[in-house]
Every structure is written in C-alpha cells, then in structure tokens.
Ligand binder design. Structure first.
Ligand code: UT7
Length: 318
C-alpha cells in the first residue's frame, strides 16, 4: 500500500498588519467587541500589487525546504483559493511556472474556506494511487481584495495569507482519511456576488449572515469530526491536536468541547491571522510545527468550514 505523509510545511503572511485599533478608525466597532466576539486581535493584508500567488510562492518554498527536496521534485500541485490572481491561468499553474516544475499537473479549486481540505484530499488520492510522489498542497488568499472595508460585519474578520504542505509517498500513513462535504442550499448566507459569468463588479464584496453561518458551522464541524473519528474507529481521546479553521475563537471552542479536547491541545492562530479562508488551516499547522508543539508521530484532526457551504476534515498522523 502507498500512503501520503506530510514531509514539510510552510506559511507566509504579508508584511502589513491591521490591528483592531486601526479598524476602530475605519468602521463603527471596538477592539473589545472584535476580541470577545471573534478572538481576532490583528490581521495581515497584502500590499498593493501583491497577489495570492506571490504569497503562495513564499509558503511553498518554505514547505519544500522543510521537506528537504528541490522545487523541481514536485510532481503535482493542488491549490485552494477563492481569490485567484487571474481568471486563468489558474494559480496552481502560475505557481508551477515560478517553482520550475514544468509539465506537472497543477490546478486551483475554489471551495472557499474548505479549499485546503479539498486540495489535500485530492492530492492524497493521487499519491495513494501512485500517480504522484511529491505533491504540493496550497491554501492561499487575498481576501482583502473582496472585503468591503466599510462593512463592520465583515471588515473585522477577513485577511490574507498562504499555507502549504508537501505530501510525500510513504509506506505508512500519513493522511489516514479525508472527509469532504458541500451544501449549496446555504449559498445566500455567505457569498461574493461578483463573478465572470454572472457579471464582474469590483464593488461587490463578501456578504455574510454571520450568526446563521456561526450556528451551521458549529453543527457541521461537530458532525464531520464525529464522522472522521468513527471512520477510523477512534475515540476522541486518541487525538493529540485539533487544527481547526480559524474563523472565530467561539466556533473553535465549540468544536473542542465536542471533541472533549482541552484548548491547550488546539492550535489557535485566529488572534494573529484573522480569517484567511483556504490559508487558515495550513498556516495554523505550520505555526504549530515550527514552534515545536506538533511533533512527528502525533495524531492531528484538521477541519474547515466556509462559503458554499463547503466543509471537510482530515485525520493525519504527522
Ligand atoms: O470562514 C467562513 C465561515 N465563517 C464563519 O464561520 C463566521 C461565522 N460567524 C461569526 O463568526 C459571527 O457570527 C460574527 C463574528 C460574524 C458575528 O458575531 P455574532 O456574535 O454572531 O454577532 P451578531 O451578528 O449576532 O451581532 C451582534 C451585535 C449586533 O448588534 P445588535 O443588533 O445586537 O444591536 C451587530 O450589529 O453586534 C453588532 N455587530 C458589531 N458591533 C461592533 C456586528 N458586527 C460588529 C462589529 N463591531 N464589527
């Protein structure tokens, strides 16, 4: 049997930081409201002209270096993003050209905050079936470009960043299972109304009915973590770490309660990163790996939920 294992992780945050105090000057909000309702203290946003692929390239090179391989050894690229540089070529292909792994399959997919979970699941399947040996999996966003900075309901939440992992073929897992879901019934609760076929309008930004999204996120994430554990015949107590989507500290706490996992075993970066959609899980993973908290051999549950709705999870032996 061939499995995939995480050989290296990387992440990148653009230099510019916007604090809650900065936002107090932009919209009718307070640092206290943002901290207590979301857990966010600051977020990073891309500089003018800095794109999703620019951020992704930094994260990818760090993950490739951590894996101890050369960029040319990557033979598959799956790139989750909702904020691509261009309509086409896709971000995966743009990144492939920069890394110099020419000719390998590369694509991007747009499943919002679950983009990394979808990309990881697909890359894992390609490695398992022997068609890829070293897959680069990316989650990267410049959500600041589709955020209405005068709308306090969303401006305080979203941010930019990139995370990456290199998956490598291995004799033992690695990725134990992935679980993906979507339900377009909820499309009006979280969306960006601008598009190519429907009509491009740069004025249309992210729109979210936050309290409804919150409730459904807690329910669906609770279900998907149960599904993940039962698919592997595991008890909650087997988990070493929860690496959740970083949308709101209260959603993270609710999922941790469901798993009966103490917050000391939950990776939380929302205070520094804000909600970076597809980038959030791989960035949190990389932070924890580089801080030495997540160690080789430990069992991780990764999960994300977002617009669509789309959601998913992965159980990973690091
Ligand atoms: O990553 C994709 C998935 N996204 C999520 O998972 C996000 C899910 N939703 C959330 O995280 C939360 O619903 C929010 C953080 C967006 C909002 O928190 P909430 O506790 O659900 O607040 P709310 O929308 O029910 O609003 C409560 C109050 C309202 O005022 P009134 O009607 O009670 O007077 C809002 O107008 O808070 C007000 N409010 C704000 N006040 C200060 C809403 N946004 C702000 C703000 N600053 N930025």
């Amino acid at each position: 049997m061939i499995y995939s294992r995480i050989a290296g992780t990387g992440s990148y945050l653009p230099a510019k930081i916007i604090t809650n105090q900065d936002l107090e000057k932009l919209v009718d909000t307070t640092d206290e409201w943002i901290r207590t309702r979301t857990g966010i203290e600051r977020r990073h946003v891309a500089a003018e002209g800095e794109t999703t692929v620019d951020l992704a390239e930094h994260a990818a090179r760090r993950a490739i270096e951590a894996a101890g391989i050369a960029p040319a050894e990557i033979d598959f690229i799956a790139f989750g993003t909702t904020t691509p540089d261009l309509v086409f070529p896709n971000c995966g292909t743009l990144l492939q050209q920069r890394l110099g792994c020419r000719g390998v399959p590369a694509f991007s997919l747009e499943t919002a905050c679950a983009g990394f979970m979808y990309a990881l699941s697909i890359a894992d399947k390609y490695v398992r079936c022997g068609e890829a040996r070293r897959a680069l999996v990316i989650g990267a966003e410049t959500l600041s470009r589709i955020t209405d900075w005068s709308d306090r309901a969303t401006a305080v939440l979203f941010a930019d960043g990139a995370g990456a992992v290199v998956l490598e073929a291995a004799a033992s897992p690695g990725v134990l299972s992935t679980h993906l879901h979507s339900d377009g019934e909820y499309k009006d609760l979280l969306y960006c109304g601008s598009g190519v076929s429907k009509g491009f309008d740069a004025k249309l930004a992210i729109s979210m009915t936050g309290s409804e999204v919150f409730k459904i996120a807690v329910t669906k994430l609770g279900q998907v973590v149960d599904e993940t554990l039962s698919a592997n015949g595991l008890e909650r107590s087997s988990l070493d770490w929860l690496v959740p989507h970083q949308a709101n500290i209260r959603i993270i706490q609710a999922t941790a309660r469901k798993l009966e996992i103490p917050m000391e075993r939950v990776i939380v970066t929302v205070q520094d990163h804000g909600n970076t959609s597809a980038a959030s899980v791989p960035m949190a993973l990389d932070v924890a790996v580089r801080e030495g908290r997540i160690r080789r051999g430990e069992l991780l549950l990764l999960e994300a939920f977002g617009g669509g709705f789309t959601w998913g999870s992965a159980l990973v032996r690091y």
